[in-house]
Design a protein around this ligand. Structure first.
Ligand SMILES: Cc1cc2nc3c(=O)[nH]c(=O)nc-3n(C[C@H](O)[C@H](O)[C@H](O)COP(=O)(O)OP(=O)(O)OC[C@H]3O[C@@H](n4cnc5c(N)ncnc54)[C@H](O)[C@@H]3O)c2cc1C
Length: 476
């Protein structure tokens, strides 16, 4: 049986931010996740924006936490070597109806403390972003919106937490929670039982299932599905800013996003569905994205699409962030409603949750020697010829390009496997070093990556998975 002071269920943005925050203290922390890797469900399939609270409903807990968290992002990126681009965003105003919304939007942003959210005239906006539809009537510029590498953000927080003593149990689904005399006793998982004094439910889309295990579920969660296109590096029409539709109460709308890896991400939709496993893109959804994106950036070349995907926002009914430190099941902490803003909000959310737990009696003593920083894997393709020569001299595996599309070397893949909370599947390697993220989507490098994973982990190639419990790459 595993034992912990604190068990965190879920290794997405929220769970790993909590893990890192707790790793500052003298407590034994375990994070378990049903997936084979850290990265979460929503967290790895979102737009990757760290945005101000300009468009948030005023006065909500979500708005407060997100506003504070947004100020923490840059330090996190600096300390953990997480790629981020400070590109700002523009919402082009295309219709008279949208123009009528502008004063209300600016007023709301003002109330949320986002005083640099400004309307700008057509000429200036077109000068800043010449790819926009020349018919625009102007645009709202938000200079502090950024795009972060969402995969590396979660991986970096997990690696840093692990270096500071947090244990990660992956492929480990929680199936039940035992309580006795109104207190949490132990958690039952597919990898055995875990005894914990505190259990934090950071299970995203599935947080209602976990909440039901302790009879603390007075809400429901359904997926709000978002469909995306990813366009390759070589697409000729690129944007310098995040281009966003004029927001509605439900969503920020379709976006055209320059990414830290120089792709274009176009999407998402926002459709409420029932099935939590619905990860299928649809003709209608993608057509909606295409139409709305082309209205804003008419030159986009969807022929350069290299892949499409779906992310599911964990939408809560009733809506809104909810943090419950249970009275009924002492030791249980429920986090729910972390829907469209959780990547940005995760750092402050972690602090908020710990603050609430302390108020309920949790005692924490700070460690001496907490490791604040982490360095990422050196990216061979970014280096000058002289630097590449030096890298090859230090490790000949830098001399072998495995992923031709993204120019990823064997040395990078091997490091991805052997880091703390290392990659064990093809998708986990892909998220860490981009092998398989390019135009051929691992058609060429897939077999080689399978061989490297098998060799490095000392397993048969037949045991190497793409992702998930039974998605083996080779036929048994
Ligand atoms: C399309 C889309 C666009 C978005 N855009 C943005 C954006 O631009 N900026 C932003 O800040 N936010 C954005 N978000 C929201 C953001 O992605 C989420 O709020 C955030 O990722 C939630 O993180 P999480 O850790 O709570 O959930 P998740 O990332 O879903 O992690 C939950 C984890 O819990 C695990 N789990 C579930 N059940 C169990 C169980 N029984 N046992 C063990 N583990 C379990 C899951 O496997 C998963 O790994 C977007 C979301 C989507 C879907």
């Amino acid at each position: 049986m595993h034992k912990a002071d604190i068990l965190i269920i879920g290794a997405g943005a929220v769970g790993t931010a909590l893990a890192r925050e707790f790793s500052k203290f003298k407590v034994k922390v375990i994070v378990c996740d049903k997936n084979d890797d850290v990265g979460g469900d929503a967290s790895k399939s979102c737009s990757g924006l760290t945005s101000t609270s300009a468009t948030m409903p005023v006065g909500t807990l979500e708005c407060k936490i997100r506003t504070i968290s947004h100020t923490m992002v840059d330090v996190l990126c600096r300390d953990l070597d997480i790629p981020i681009i400070h590109c700002g965003s523009i919402a082009p105003v295309l219709t008279d109806d949208q123009m009528e919304q502008v004063p209300k939007l600016i007023d709301r942003a003002w109330q949320n403390g986002v005083w640099d959210y400004e309307f700008m005239p057509r000429e200036e906006i077109l000068e800043m972003e010449p790819t926009l539809n020349p018919e625009i009537k102007g645009g709202i510029y938000s200079p502090r919106d950024s795009q972060i590498n969402q995969f590396l953000m979660v991986v970096a927080e997990a690696e840093n937490a692990a270096e500071n003593g947090v244990e990660f149990l992956l492929d480990c689904a929680v199936t039940g929670i035992d309580t006795k005399d109104g207190r949490i006793q132990r958690v039952i998982t597919t990898k055995g039982e875990i005894e914990a004094k505190w259990v934090i439910n950071a299970a995203g889309l599935y947080c209602d299932d976990i909440a039901k295990m302790v009879d603390e579920c007075d809400f429901s969660v359904h997926p709000r599905k978002g469909e995306f296109f990813v366009l390759g590096h070589d697409t000729p029409v690129k944007v310098k800013h995040i281009i966003s539709s004029v927001p509605t109460p439900k969503t920020r709308g379709v976006l055209v996003i320059p990414t830290t890896d120089d792709n274009l991400l176009v999407g998402p939709t926002a459709d409420d569905v029932e099935d939590k496993n619905d990860k299928k893109t649809t003709r209608e959804g993608l057509e909606e994205v295409r139409t709305k994106a082309l209205e804003m950036v008419p030159g986009l070349r969807f022929e350069d699409t290299i892949t499409q995907f779906v992310g599911a926002r964990p939408a809560r009914v009733p809506e809104g962030y909810n943090i419950l430190v249970s009275e009924k099941a002492k030791g249980y902490v429920g986090i729910s409603g972390i829907r469209s803003t959780g990547l940005t909000a995760s750092m402050a959310l972690a602090k908020y949750v710990i603050h609430e737990m302390k108020a309920a009696g949790l005692e924490l003593e700070r460690k001496v020697g907490w490791i604040r920083t982490r360095r990422g894997i050196v990216k061979f393709s970014d280096k000058s010829d002289a630097e590449k020569d030096a890298l090859i001299a230090s490790d000949p595996r830098y001399g072998k390009i495995v992923c031709r599309c993204e120019q990823i070397t064997e040395a990078e893949i091997v490091q991805a496997i052997h880091r703390p909370v290392g990659a064990r599947t093809l998708d986990a390697v892909k998220r860490r070093v981009r092998a398989g993220m390019g135009r051929c989507q691992s058609g060429f490098c897939g077999p080689q990556v399978i061989g490297i994973i098998a060799r490095e982990l000392g397993i048969s190639e037949y045991e190497v998975r793409k992702r998930g419990v039974a998605a083996y790459m080779l036929d048994h």
